[in-house]
Design a protein around this ligand. Structure first.
Ligand SMILES: [Zn+2]
Length: 466
């Protein structure tokens, strides 16, 4: 992640001497310019700045093709500002929008075609140096860059409805990441996989809004994350080869309707016409639901953020929240094993912690906690009684920071055994263990774990599930 090949003819520059009069830059900011974008970091990390510009540039062609642009419409570079601290982001938001996007942690402005993002999760400077651009920030940069590119190509963009602007940006971001290999498959990546899982839950709970509502802007009542998940899946649905001509026509329509107060109603009517009228849109509902249900998400992020690339997964927790990644596939056997290696990276927390957990929310769960100080603890959470008990603990010399430690959690219907570097370190009895459970990986607030080659194997079943 730290090193990448520069293949875009990027021009790396330093702030000193550059004519950015409106920017309160400091001598140690990292600034990089690409063909269409420039990235200004309010901190010094040339590697992160270069990863950011490569990410932004990766969306350009996809956006151009989608809007049917035949020529390069670049005027002056579109600027993406990255802030390293919450305070700096909030100050920038207060100055530019009066604090409208304080909660969002990222926003793009129509007026000067600039995007502003907090590097998420907030990390120590030395952690960023080590792990590079966090995967979550990469997705957000691609998303905001898609907005900025649209602002520069489509003159009536400010009138577009949310399902179009956000569905488009979310779709373009995942496409760009897939194309560049920063995401292996939408089912494997916790960010997109979680959107799939959210959309599926909407369908199975019978709470998916009809497409007619979505098109006419009636889905605003939904939770923001669910809304984006549905918009994204709708774009993926419409981008299937059989539907793509209709989507292309809709994107053309969006550019042809006159900007202004009438836009949304007029555009919605024309989209329905394009899709063959109200009855046809109703029929499309069923197809869309089937499309959503056919997706096979591997993960659901309970708390962000984890980036899964091949068998190296980087889990960076936010400063005040434990990151939790849960596998969507349940364990059906009463005996199973979760194994791999873990590497703790120094970050904001004084004592880093990495967690392996399994269980069921309503019945309770078991968490194995590996701490940097060398403790291995097995905690059992009893949901009904709202309490946690420690059922096993062992003190070690400390888990080596910055190098891999292999672990193995063996679970049978009676007990749990935890191995580190091949040696049994702690075991405990497990009564009332239910054989059907979920499992996942966690990292405590302010900590970073790099997981290597983690897999779960059901015993008596030779098929490993990664
Ligand atoms: Zn957006």
């Amino acid at each position: 992640m730290k090193h990448f090949k520069m293949g875009l003819g990027l021009v790396a520059g330093c702030a000193i001497g550059l004519p950015f009069s409106s920017v309160a830059w400091a001598a140690n900011d990292s600034i990089v310019s690409g063909r269409h974008f420039r990235v200004i970091c309010d901190f010094e990390d040339q590697n992160v700045a270069e990863e950011a510009i490569e990410t932004a540039e990766a969306i350009w062609q996809i956006v151009e093709n989608s809007w049917g642009m035949e020529r390069d419409v670049t005027q002056k570079p579109l600027t993406i500002y990255l802030y390293q601290t919450l305070e700096a982001y909030e100050a920038a938001d207060a100055k530019r929008t009066g604090g409208r996007f304080r909660e969002n942690l990222s926003f793009s402005l129509h007026q000067d075609k600039s995007a502003h993002l907090l590097v998420q999760p907030v990390c120590a400077k030395k952690t960023l140096n080590l792990v590079g651009l966090p995967g979550l920030t990469r997705v957000l940069i691609a998303h905001e860059a898609a907005h900025l590119a649209t602002y520069s190509m489509v003159s009536n963009h400010a009138s577009h409805p949310e399902w179009l602007t956000e569905g488009f940006a979310t779709f373009v971001a995942t496409e760009a990441l897939l194309e560049k290999g920063w995401m292996q498959a939408v089912e494997d990546d916790p960010y997109s996989s979680t959107m799939m899982a959210r959309a599926i839950r909407r369908v199975t709970d019978n709470r998916l809004p009809p497409l007619q509502d979505l098109i006419s802007g009636g889905s605003k009542g939904l939770h923001l994350q669910d809304r984006y998940a549905i918009y994204w899946q709708f774009f993926r649905f419409m981008r299937q080869p059989v539907r793509k001509p209709e989507l292309d026509a809709i994107l053309k329509l969006a550019q042809s309707v006159k900007a202004g107060a009438e836009f949304k109603a007029k555009f919605a009517r024309r989209v329905v016409d394009q899709l063959g009228g109200a009855d046809a849109v109703q029929r499309l509902d069923g197809e869309f639901r089937q499309f959503v249900l056919r997706s096979r998400p591997k993960w659901e992020e309970r708390y962000r953020s984890t980036n899964c690339l091949r068998d190296r997964w980087i889990q960076i927790a936010f400063p005040t929240k434990t990151a939790m990644l849960m596998a969507t596939q349940r364990i059906d056997s009463r005996a199973f094993r979760i194994e791999g290696s873990l590497e703790m990276i120094e970050n904001l927390a004084r004592n880093s912690e990495s967690h392996v957990f399994f269980g069921q929310g309503h019945r309770g769960s078991v968490t194995v906690i590996f701490s940097q100080e060398g403790e291995v603890r097995i905690n059992r959470i009893i949901t009904a009684e709202n309490r946690t008990e420690t059922i096993g603990v062992a003190k070690l010399d400390g888990i080596r920071k910055g190098s891999q430690t292999s672990f193995k959690v063996e679970v049978s219907d009676r007990e749990i055994e935890v191995f580190l570097d091949g040696k049994l370190r702690v075991k405990a009895g497990l009564k009332d263990h239910d054989g059907t459970v979920n499992w996942g990986l966690g990292t405590a607030a302010g900590s970073v774990t790099i997981w290597h080659g983690v897999k779960m194997t059901e015993k008596g079943d030779t098929k490993a599930r990664e």
